[in-house]
Structures are given as C-alpha cells and as structure tokens.
Design a protein around this ligand. Sequence first.
Ligand SMILES: Cc1cc2nc3c(=O)[nH]c(=O)nc-3n(C[C@H](O)[C@H](O)[C@H](O)COP(=O)(O)OP(=O)(O)OC[C@H]3O[C@@H](n4cnc5c(N)ncnc54)[C@H](O)[C@@H]3O)c2cc1C
Length: 475
Amino acid sequence: MPDTLQSWGRCAPAPKGGRKGRAWNAGHFAPASGETVLPYGNGRSYGDSCLNDAGWLLLPRPEPRILRFDAETGILSADAGLRLCDVTRAIAPHGWFLPVTPGTQFVTLGGALANDVHGKNHHRRGTFGRWVEGFELLRSDRGALACSREENSDLFAATIGGMGLTGIVTTVTLRLMRVPSLSIEERTLRFDRLSDYFELAEAADEGHEYAVAWIDSLARGRHFGRGHLICGDHAQHGDRTGLARPPRFSVPLTPPVSPLRGIGLRLFNEAYYRKARPGETRRTVPFDGFFYPLDRIGGWNRLYGPRGLHQHQSVVPLAGAPEIVAALMQTALDHGQGSFLTVLKRFGGMESPGLLSFPREGYTLTLDFPHLGDATLRLLDALDALVVRGGGAVNPYKDARMSPETFAASFPGWRGLEAMRDPAIVSDFWRRAALGPEGSDARRRSDRKGLVDAREVLPVPVNGQAEHRASLSER
Ligand SMILES: Cc1cc2nc3c(=O)[nH]c(=O)nc-3n(C[C@H](O)[C@H](O)[C@H](O)COP(=O)(O)OP(=O)(O)OC[C@H]3O[C@@H](n4cnc5c(N)ncnc54)[C@H](O)[C@@H]3O)c2cc1C
C-alpha cells in the first residue's frame, strides 16, 4: 500500500506498515503516556521535519473553515489546516492577497506558520510570521493558549518557525496585503554569468515587489551561473478571482530512473535558458504561473524516481556571497550531480519573528538533486561544510540528512526551542539533528571551536543519524 503520509522529497524511508496518522479533536490533546506525536499539515516540507516515524502524525481537521474575514481591514482568522489556495480564492475578489507565499499554494496556514516560510518578496515583506497577528496553540501540558506579540509572547516567537514542536496551532489570524489584482507584470532579465546576477540583484529588489533568479546550474566556463532574473509587480488591472488553473498534466507513475539527470537535464537547461530573449522581456502573466509554476504539474516530485529528491537550501551573508554561491554550484558540478531546479534570491534585512526562523539577510541558494545514495549524501555534506564555513545556515525544513553539527552551527539558539517544546511532540528531524547523546557530545566539541570544521565532524556518525543515513544509502 503506498504511504500517503510522506514528505515532498519522498526520500525518508517509511517504517514497516506505513506511517500512523490520526485526527485530533478540537480542545483535546492528550497522548497516551510515552507516546509521541507531531502535527502534520499537507506534507509539502521536503525532508523529515514533518515526520514522526516513532509515533503519530496529527492530521488537520477535515473541512477547515474561514472563521472571520474583514474585507475592510484585511484581517482573516481560519482553521490552521486551511490551504493557501483556499485562502486566496476567498480573499482575492475583495482586493487582498497573501503578503507572503511560498512556491506552492498547497501548504496549510499551520505549516506556513510553523516553518515561517518566505516568498519572492522577502526583501519587502519579510517572512510569513511577520503577518501573523495571533494564533491558538494547543499543548499537551497547558491546554489551549492564545498567543500573540502581547500574550504568551515567548510561545508566539517559538512557534513561528518552531517546526510544529511547541504544540498544535488550531487557528491562525493573519493580516493580508491589499493588491490591485493578482495578475503580475513580469520583467525577465537574462544574464550570461553569475557575477552579472550579483550586479543586478539589489536594484531588482529595490524596483520590484518580487524578484528571484533561476540559474542554469550545468553551464560551465564563461557561462557559469547564467540564468534569468525574474521580477514582478501586481498589475493594476487583471485577475481578481484567485482561481488557479488546473494542472497542465500530472505525472501518473514514478519512473524507475529519474529523467532529471545527465543529457536530459542539460538539454532542458539549455532550452529553458534560451526561452528568454537576450536582455529584457516584459509581459503580464497569471498569478498561478508566476508564484506556483510547479503546481501546474501534478505529482512532479515523482520525476525524481523511486529514491526521491533532496533539496538543499542555504543562506549565506551578503559579504562573500558571490564567492560562496559560486563554490556551492562548482561543488555540485565537481560531484557530477546537476541540480534540476536552481534558485537564487536575496533575502532582505527585515528580522524574522521566530526563534528558529531560517531567513536572515543574505543570499539564499536552493538546489534540487535526485537521491542517488551515498554519492548524493557526500555532495550534500560538502555543501553544508561550505555554508557553515561561510557563516551561513542550512534550511532545516527542506532537509532529510543534515548532521547535528551543521544544525547547531546554523541555529546556535536551538536550545531555546528545545526548552519550549511540548513534551509529547517530536519530529524525526529533531530526534536526528537536535537530540541524542552522541549528537550532544559532538556539538559540545564544535561549540568550543566556535565554528564547525565540517570536514572533521561530518564523517562521525551520530545516534539516529547513522541509522537514518544508512537507510538512505541503501535506497
Ligand atoms: C513546490 C514547493 C515550493 C516551495 N517553495 C517554498 C518557498 O518558496 N519558500 C518556503 O519557505 N518554503 C517553500 N516550500 C516548502 C513549504 O512551503 C513548507 O515546507 C511548508 O511549511 C509546508 O507546509 P505544509 O502545510 O505542507 O506542512 P507540513 O510540511 O506537513 O508541515 C510543516 C511543519 O509544520 C508543522 N505543522 C503543520 N501543521 C501544523 C499545525 N497545525 N500546528 C503546528 N505545527 C504544524 C509540522 O509539524 C511541520 O514541522 C516549498 C515546497 C514545495 C513542495
């Protein structure tokens, strides 16, 4: 029987018999003694931060509702299980849009809050959590709590970006963004090399609500790092339905071997690069294609084959970013593993409200790799080492394999979240990257050194991670 409770990368092997999920009842959250649980949204996280294979996943209530929506002020309250696509459909006819949206609209409000997600307008709007006015949090030890910047503010900060570990978010109140329409006036700048991107990025952020770059990660020599810088602003006239088009097609089956490799990938990148004319192109485009291009292909993650995919997202400080980003891309080339989708974006200086939010000022690079076993794990370790040495961070909610050392170097304040964790809640990610006796020892060693020397610590297998990585390698 296929395991439906997956994460999007599909590379965390499911336990025998599949994963266990159950709904929770409003106002009631009392796991049996010793039992662990984890809230689950819609499984759009790539790695194992939305999984709890040693316990239960708590599923959102069926038929989530909008509880209140004030079309004058743009304040919306809804069940946390409501998906962003449903929110958009309800608010767009009144001239409102989500102030921050990730690259898929099939995530829930609870999931967006718990990962404090970011969008193509981070430089203007910061993260999703900045727009959260408040929420209700259900804890196994304290019952239902109202959380906001004024009330239970410590739990408010720990829950935003807290990866579901502080309790179940049952309802969310969100401040929306006024827009003239959802249609987007898109401006695409084709650039010939990575250094050109870094010259264009800041001005693109200053001039546009949205800006993000696609990079041809397979181009070498003088075309190394070529790509498109895609900018956008809401059009004065256009779509106000908020209705996304149905997918163009769906991938019905998982192919035995991923086609997103080798010559197929090279040809795709070449064609995609040439799709944009040299210089600048302007056009008005539907919102779904601009924000959610991958949602237009149903089940696209199957294209990565039976072993799934790893997404590696990092952020590195502004100073030194051109060199570190180039080194990350060169490392992927040197390991002979091209990334199918490579995205580069500048994060602005707005502070994220969560204790463990990932976004911080700098450049963020996202790479997607089919899982090829040990070779891919070695590459990902090498990427982590470059990021850590450059003073950056690796995104935990995209990850299925990072070491405790990389996590501690990326989030030195992680113990603050551990202190606020609901005693009945834990995830596979947290077990692997934060908890575990050997993991703590290794972390203490690296704390002393200030900065992790990833070459030294990465080959040391640690509790849980060793088993997990072994099972990833076998696949
Ligand atoms: C195609 C694609 C594009 C993406 N683009 C972006 C992007 O641009 N920016 C970005 O930031 N992310 C992006 N992501 C990642 C995705 O937005 C996040 O992982 C998101 O948080 C997933 O939400 P979900 O509802 O599917 O929750 P899940 O993945 O099921 O869970 C996410 C986390 O939220 C917790 N959680 C879920 N519901 C609740 C609740 N009610 N109470 C408490 N905790 C809860 C879970 O425990 C888990 O830790 C993308 C993912 C995909 C597949």
